[in-house]
Design a protein around this ligand. Structure first.
Ligand code: HEC
Length: 109
């Protein structure tokens, strides 16, 4: 009697588990039909650049230029007096039309 009772009880529990699994599967399938299956279009959200404490900052899209400083920088960039024997300026090796390089394998000095 006790064995019969426990097997009946076990069967009930198995039915209950099957019922739960089936209802879960039904819910998942139902959810699939309910959701809109139209293709998602990726949208680009521009990232806001905020000042942070990071040592490397993003390059600003716009910077205020001081004309006098720009002129001075250009003068110094072309000035050979900055070299040991007055023979070289920055522009001797850094060519703007070559991306700031001289395209040589080894430095000339
Ligand atoms: C004799 C040639 C020569 C001269 C003159 C010279 N440079 Fe350079 N410069 C180089 C080379 C070569 C490198 C690359 C070094 C490396 O990557 O190891 C370099 C690298 C640099 C870099 C780093 C670039 C980067 O992308 O990392 C800066 C900035 C720079 N030079 C500025 C100057 C300035 C300013 C002057 C003038 C005061 C100057 N250079 C003069 C040869 C020269």
């Amino acid at each position: 009697m006790n064995q019969f009772y426990s097997s009946k009880r076990l069967r009930k529990q198995i039915y209950l588990i099957i019922l739960i699994v089936l209802s879960y599967v039904f819910a998942v399938v139902w959810q699939q039909f309910q959701t809109n299956n139209s293709p998602q279009v990726a949208t680009f959200t521009p990232v806001e650049i905020r000042a942070s404490t990071e040592p490397i900052q993003p390059i600003p899209l716009h910077i205020e230029l001081n004309e006098n400083k720009v002129a001075l920088g250009e003068k110094l960039f072309n000035d050979t007096r900055l070299s040991r024997n007055n023979s070289l300026a920055c522009v001797s090796c850094h060519f703007f039309d070559k991306g700031g390089t001289d395209r040589v394998r080894y430095s000339i000095e």
